[in-house]
Design a protein around this ligand. Structure first.
Ligand code: 17E
Ligand code: FE2
Length: 439
């Protein structure tokens, strides 16, 4: 046996059930899970292999980042800050910064953020990469990064036409070239195209290209506070009729926060029939939307609760890390989920584990990860995260750092506990117990 994790609380892959009972997870020499057995505190641990005592901590399949921009990360303020805070000024700032990109610059920034993600337990990442650049510098750099990290992390690259497929010079040719060079997913940005018709045409192009190459689609879709931006119905219909279905994703869809009840009802039915995924990006959506409103001011999120209730798969993405659209950002999925949970009011007792699943299994569905590559079951790769908390609620509430991140049977990251000493008046100094519940 290469490794054994003893006494862990397993989160069942539905993400919805309360974890109960403790288990041991045995990892074979091949880096795969050999078996999962009930924990027996009387039994001696094996003499060989790495022993991880979980002490009742939550053992979850790795976090999955369904939407990040690694090419733009860590460029905030370059060459100038986004002073209006709008999506549009962000695109203009990035357009200027894009001209100065080098391969080394992109590799260094993307790698730095991937290191943070690994430490946070994120082992599957879908990154968008702007391909409205005749040099395709960022794409080539990210393709190289994808190869460099392949043994420990799984990186999907979306060919993202930030300035348009139809409305940007040679936009379609650049998108095609990006796919030819090895992008995994075809992107689009219909609400940014010059006209409604251009937006529809851009989605048709993206789907045709994806079908031609057997790829998935993930479009930035309706990222605007305009109730007339209705490209998600086009995307869902193309997904339905092409058969791409759950291989298609609409990201952001913030306009849905402004749709009227009658249209929303129609859309719920269409989206659930289509099988498409939605990805809400709470940091970016809260930050960028509502900027043209007086009060009452819209908060910009898509219909998270309603679409979940309609049976649509919805996940939460982090989107930006210190770039023209968000000066802050940590790439920590527990932070994304906590902010998303409040933004979407997923605050009921039954809702909180759902928010956790939106950065684990629901995000895994967006990436198309199969059960044999994602989940804590015999035969799957031994990739998992041990959290120093007994439940998703506690992990979210206390925003814990993973105790161990294991990728394919090897420890990738380890965070020892760091106690806080408090000298409370009238008492000897003692460690603060943030987990304690007083009865
Ligand atoms: N580009 C875009 O169109 N929308 C975003 N939220 C980001 C980049 C981050
Ligand atoms: Fe995005």
């Amino acid at each position: 046996m290469r490794m054994i994790v003893r006494g862990a609380r397993l989160l069942h892959t539905s993400g919805l059930s309360e974890p109960s009972g403790l288990s041991d997870v045995e990892v074979g020499e091949d880096g795969r899970i050999a078996r999962v057995i009930p924990y027996d505190d009387q039994k001696e641990p094996p003499a060989t292999g790495i022993l991880i005592e979980a002490h009742g901590g939550l053992l979850t399949a790795p976090f999955v980042e369904p939407h990040i921009h690694l090419d733009t990360a860590l460029t905030a303020g370059e060459p100038r800050p986004n002073t209006s805070g709008t999506l549009w000024e962000g695109i203009a700032c990035w357009s200027e910064r894009k001209r100065t990109l080098t391969r080394e610059d992109v590799i260094a920034r993307a790698t730095e953020v991937l290191r943070w993600q690994a430490a946070h337990g994120v082992l599957h990442v879908r990154t968008h990469c702007d391909v409205t650049d005749p040099s395709l510098t960022a794409l080539d750099a990210l393709l190289e990064v994808r190869d460099r990290v392949r043994d420990v992390m799984n990186l999907q690259i979306v060919a993202f036409p930030q300035e348009g497929i139809v409305s940007f010079p040679d936009g379609e040719a650049l998108l095609r070239e990006a796919v030819a060079r090895g992008a995994d997913v075809v992107g689009a940005i219909p609400h940014f195209e010059d006209t409604r018709e251009d937006g529809v045409a851009s989605l048709r192009t993206a789907f045709a290209l994806a079908e031609e190459h057997g790829l998935r689609v993930d479009a930035h879709c309706d990222e605007i506070d305009d109730e007339q931006s209705r490209f998600v119905e086009v995307l869902a219909t193309l997904a339905l009729r092409s058969g791409l279905r759950e291989r298609a994703t609409a990201s952001h869809t913030t306009a849905m926060g402004s749709y009227n009840g009658a249209y929303s009802f129609k859309l719920q039915r269409l989206l659930s029939r289509s099988g498409i995924n939605l990805v809400a990006n709470p940091f970016a959506n809260l930050n960028l939307q509502g900027r043209f409103d007086a009060y009452p001011k819209r908060r910009g999120l898509t219909q998270v609760r309603e679409m979940l209730a309609a049976g649509v798969n919805v996940a939460f993405g982090h989107d930006d890390v210190m770039d023209p659209w968000n000066a802050l950002g940590t790439a920590n999925p527990l932070q994304t989920a906590l902010v998303g949970l409040y933004a979407a009011q997923l605050t009921g007792a039954d809702d909180i584990p759902v928010a956790f699943s939106m950065v684990t299994d629901r995000a895994a569905r967006v990436l198309g990860l199969d059960a044999d590559e994602y989940g804590i079951t015999a035969g799957a790769p031994a990739s998992f995260v041990l959290l120093p908390a007994p439940s998703p609620e506690e992990a979210l509430r206390r925003q814990v750092r993973p105790r161990y991140v294991v990728s394919r049977g090897s420890v990738l990251a380890e965070t020892p506990p760091a106690p806080t000493r408090l000298s409370w008046p009238g008492e000897p100094p003692s460690d603060v117990d943030f987990a304690r519940r007083l009865r």
